[in-house]
Design a protein around this ligand. Structure first.
Ligand code: FES
Length: 108
């Protein structure tokens, strides 16, 4: 399937360690900056729906604010129980604009 990039924010709208809510084609996502790498995952935690935009980004993981489950910002997988996985989306920067492809990313 071909890529379908959507502009979602300007560079600078997300500081390192931040996570902000964005909506792309009706999908509610959490857009974050992990070090120098942007990532996008489903906004609601697969456990009990915690809002991951209120979570913490730490060393390659996003930590849910509700019960502290940790998910890889790269793959969406739970750090200890890989059967739990967030949907992840590709992110790129074009000029000063952050774009997301709303198609599900292939698992790695
Ligand atoms: S709702 Fe996210 S860890 Fe429980």
């Amino acid at each position: 399937m071909s890529e379908q990039w959507r502009a979602v924010a300007k560079v600078g709208a997300v500081k390192p360690g931040d996570v902000i809510p964005v909506t792309v084609d009706g999908l509610e996502l959490a857009l974050g900056l992990d070090g120098e790498r942007y990532f996008a995952v489903q906004r609601r935690c697969v456990h009990r729906g915690g809002d991951l935009t209120e979570g913490i980004v730490s060393r390659g993981h996003i930590i849910c604010p509700n019960h502290a489950w940790r998910f890889s910002t790269a793959t969406g997988r739970h750090a200890d129980a890989s059967e739990y996985c967030l949907a992840t989306y590709s992110v790129r920067v074009v000029g000063d604009t952050i774009e997301i492809d709303p198609q599900l990313k292939e698992s790695t």
